[in-house]
Design a protein around this ligand. Sequence first.
Ligand SMILES: NC(=O)c1ccc[n+]([C@@H]2O[C@H](COP(=O)([O-])OP(=O)(O)OC[C@H]3O[C@@H](n4cnc5c(N)ncnc54)[C@H](OP(=O)(O)O)[C@@H]3O)[C@@H](O)[C@H]2O)c1
Length: 305
Amino acid sequence: MRVRRNRTGWQTNWYEADMRILITGGNGQLGNEWVYFLNKQAVEFISLPSSDFDLTNHQDVRRVMKNLSPDLIINCAAYTKVDQAEEEREKAFAVNADGVKNLSDFCAEQKIKLVHFSTDYVFPGELVDREDHPEGYSEDHPTDPINVYGESKRAGEVALQESGCDHLLIRVSWLCGRFGNNFVKTMLRLGEEKDELKVVNDQFGSPTFTHNLVENVWQLIAQDKQGVFHLSSIGETTWYEFAKEIFAQSGIEVKVEPVDSSEFPTKARRPAFSLLSTQKIANIAGVSLINWKQGLEEMLAKLNE
Ligand SMILES: NC(=O)c1ccc[n+]([C@@H]2O[C@H](COP(=O)([O-])OP(=O)(O)OC[C@H]3O[C@@H](n4cnc5c(N)ncnc54)[C@H](OP(=O)(O)O)[C@@H]3O)[C@@H](O)[C@H]2O)c1
């Protein structure tokens, strides 16, 4: 991949760039991490919030992309309200399925590479799968989402794959990073507010830390890899174990009680098993996966920067 650097490091003139990267959903948790990362790489990119680039507006998408003429699009835009999606099926599908179709059809037509993110929620998440696949779901495991958000994300995957565009489809789980809202930040807040907390201990998975995600996806982009990859941390945990580790590492004293999911009824069903196998991506040169406890340590350090 060609990136242009000048003497001052950061080159802002989009129209003179050799390689132009467009980040969509730039105000979200992952979009912000990409902005932070790409700024340090001194590459040319533009990041657009939903107010400037609405994936659901077919004409706008084409107009903006024609004007900008990017070589690579990193799509961080998504409808991510898992419970609300049960009541807003159309909205979830408009962004996660139709929006992705808009983007990927255009990318196929204009020969633009598209990096897209999806989720463990495309899988059934049954505990029996944990027994059969203790290493986690592999990239070719049959999908079968159990909630509307998962269905909409799966429909987006299909649209992307059917578009025929040059793409990377990265599935992640339990996304956490310094930007936006996530489990780690919620626990840090609750840990300061409360003396006791109940956290579910019957859902198994592994967090994907955004700082590690972007570094590794950058490797895939640089090597012009294609297709589906799973990316999360090494090792399995539960939300309860994860919460305990967050408090231990950040020195917050709070009593944490393990409970079943039935104590926290939600509108959307949650998968009991969310672990993604990282065997495929681990074999790519330059990719560096981290254990979830190490990932947490790094994330907490970044929050304190
Ligand atoms: N968060 C997780 O735990 C998790 C887990 C697995 C997979 N993922 C996937 O990882 C990716 C990144 O997630 P995230 O946590 O960074 O999500 P996020 O923080 O919710 O960010 C999503 C961004 O998409 C934007 N957006 C929403 N609708 C849009 C539209 N119609 N057009 C353009 N932009 C729109 C939002 O803009 P506004 O702020 O203006 O609404 C927001 O900035 C997503 O594909 C998500 O499905 C996330």
